[in-house]
Design a protein around this ligand. Structure first.
Ligand code: G1P
Length: 294
């Protein structure tokens, strides 16, 4: 099987939970320490072997595309002033990596955004990385290697892989929650494996359930490796929770005909799309980077 080299990063959300910061700056470009949040997500994708990144955005998000492009005028000016090192640091994207952006058109939900990538992804299998979720890049490769593990697991049996992590009861309603097969219904068997990548077949997902109805405490973290077949299911998915076309519903449909696995997450993740978590993440990233320079 061909190794996965394509990834979709949906960036079309308005970021209402991050207002007023996100009113005129895309939330994906808000800083975590000394870099915009999406910088870490793209680095994670590249580290896992991704070569083609497709951003799904809209008119107010073109600053993200510019961040990954070379600003020739700035480059010339920095070099004319002898600041070559600074200029080089801005052109960090490897030559064999492309970042392109297409627009979602109507904001009909995460599933709809992923489907918008189909003309560019074509027949390839692909990864999806949600940029609100930033995996801790400061504990060696522990967190950022999750995607590599999922890509390798997919190569073994063609089962799409969905990264999950245990969440607290009060956070269950914010996430897609995994429904485990009988054999794993004792979720503690999985939870006790914390900080290990374990991949196993999943029975289904429930999008943003209330805590009483939640089938487990394993939440979809925002990293997916998909068989190309997901596009067929997305094309036939109707709007549901929140009036949106949910990626979770298409995954459920995929499960009924093809195997889908969850992969348990190693390391820590940060929610950069929620003001309180974002501020905590900012402090953590800044502290790590300040300590590194001391
Ligand atoms: C999306 C997904 C959800 C997942 C979450 C992770 O929800 O629909 O299944 O758990 O991302 O952050 P959103 O946060 O976009 O509402």
């Amino acid at each position: 099987m061909k190794k996965i080299t394509h990834a979709v990063i949906p960036v079309a959300g308005f970021g209402t939970r991050m207002l007023p910061l996100s009113k005129s700056v895309p939330k994906e470009l808000l800083p975590l320490g000394n870099r915009p949040a999406i910088h870490y997500v793209v680095e994670e994708a590249i580290a896992a072997g991704i070569k083609h990144i497709v951003l799904i955005g809209h008119a107010q998000k073109s600053a993200i595309e510019n961040y990954f492009d070379i600003n020739a005028e700035l480059d010339n000016q920095l070099r004319a002033k002898g600041k070559d090192e600074l200029a080089d640091s801005l052109n960090w994207l490897p030559d064999d990596v492309t970042v392109s952006m297409i627009r979602q058109g109507k904001p009909l939900g995460l599933g709809h955004a992923v489907l918008a990538a189909r003309p560019i992804i074509g027949e390839h299998n692909f990864a999806v990385l949600l940029p609100d979720v930033v995996l801790d890049p400061f504990n060696g490769d522990m967190s950022t290697d999750n995607l590599s593990f999922m890509i390798d697991a997919f190569a073994k049996d063609s089962h799409s892989q969905i990264l999950v992590d245990k969440v607290a009861d009060e956070d269950v309603h914010k996430y897609g929650i995994a429904q485990l097969h009988e054999v794993f219904s004792d979720a503690s068997a999985v939870d006790d494996e914390a900080d290990m990548n374990v991949s196993f077949k999943v029975a289904g997902f429930v999008e943003k359930p209330n805590v009483v109805e939640a089938p487990s405490r394993l939440a979809v973290v925002g990293r997916y490796v998909f068989s190309n077949k997901i596009f067929d299911y997305l094309a036939n998915t109707e709007a549901s929770v929140g009036g949106e076309i949910q990626l979770t519903d298409a995954i459920d449909a995929l499960i009924s005909e093809y195997g889908v696995n969850v992969t348990t997450m190693r390391g820590d993740s940060y929610d950069a799309g929620d003001m309180r978590s974002y501020m905590q993440a900012f402090i953590y990233f800044a502290q790590q980077q300040l300590a590194d320079k001391e």
